[in-house]
Design a protein around this ligand. Structure first.
Ligand code: 5RP
Length: 224
């Protein structure tokens, strides 16, 4: 199976996971990226079964709206029962690196408001140790150089993601050569640097369920 077929399989599995819980007043939290896009596409035919969605990016919001799904402001919704999103890396504790698509901050905010985070990923995203994928850090533009120097002190090789402006008007630094022993502690240390908006470690609030696409089927892991 190709990587795209594995992504499609986990998108199908996520629909099966949430469909029995859809109610007329359900607002879903929706992530960003190619796997999340496949999930969004599958929500189109179900649009009359739930109220709408909160999106973690402008791109996902547009895709949802194009399918006739109403997109709500998170501030007007409160908690969401599910947040469904992809990952760049995920480990056995369902901690993740996210933000390859630069949407990490909004993703983390919607995930924080979700009762259940369902991570959908093809098998290539599963790792024993997080860090092979360069860890994204969203920064206030004027703090970029300062934050980069602080990241070097933590052992990273920071690289400015040229030409990318986040939906929040900020910039992204990617941390290369940065294998992470203790994801929750590193998440907190990086977030404590002045000028950091957030980093792409989703360790303190990881996923509750992982749907991992493998050639022999979708493997489901539930921690909670
Ligand atoms: C975007 C993300 C995505 O979830 C992550 O990059 C995975 O993307 P894809 O599903 O395209 O592999 O965190 O900021």
């Amino acid at each position: 199976m190709t990587q795209d077929e594995l992504k499609a399989a986990v998108a199908d599995a996520a629909v099966k996971e949430i469909e029995p819980h859809l109610e007329k007043d359900t607002v879903l939290g929706i992530g960003t990226g190619s796997t999340a896009n496949l999930f969004i596409d599958r929500l189109g035919p179900l649009r009359d079964r739930f109220k709408g969605a909160v999106a973690s990016s402008e791109a996902s919001a547009k895709r949802l709206q194009a399918l006739g799904i109403e997109v709500f402001e998170l501030n007007n919704v409160g908690d969401v029962p599910f947040y469904i999103d992809g990952a760049d890396e995920v480990n056995a504790n369902l901690q993740m690196i996210k933000g390859g698509g630069a949407a990490l901050t909004r993703e983390k905010i919607v995930a924080a408001c979700a009762k259940r985070f369902i991570c959908i990923a093809d098998g290539s995203k599963y790792v024993n140790q997080l860090g092979n994928f360069p860890l994204p850090v969203e920064v206030i533009p004027m703090a970029r150089s300062y934050v980069a120097r602080e990241l070097v002190k933590l052992g990273a090789d920071p690289v400015y993601r040229q030409g990318v402006v986040t939906d929040n008007g900020n910039q992204i630094i990617d941390c290369f050569d940065f294998m992470i022993d203790d994801p929750a502690s590193m998440e907190a240390r990086i977030n404590a640097i002045v000028g950091v908006v957030t980093n792409g470690l989703f360790a303190q609030r990881g996923a509750d369920v992982l749907l991992l696409g493998k050639t022999d089927g979708v493997e489901r892991t539930a921690l909670r």
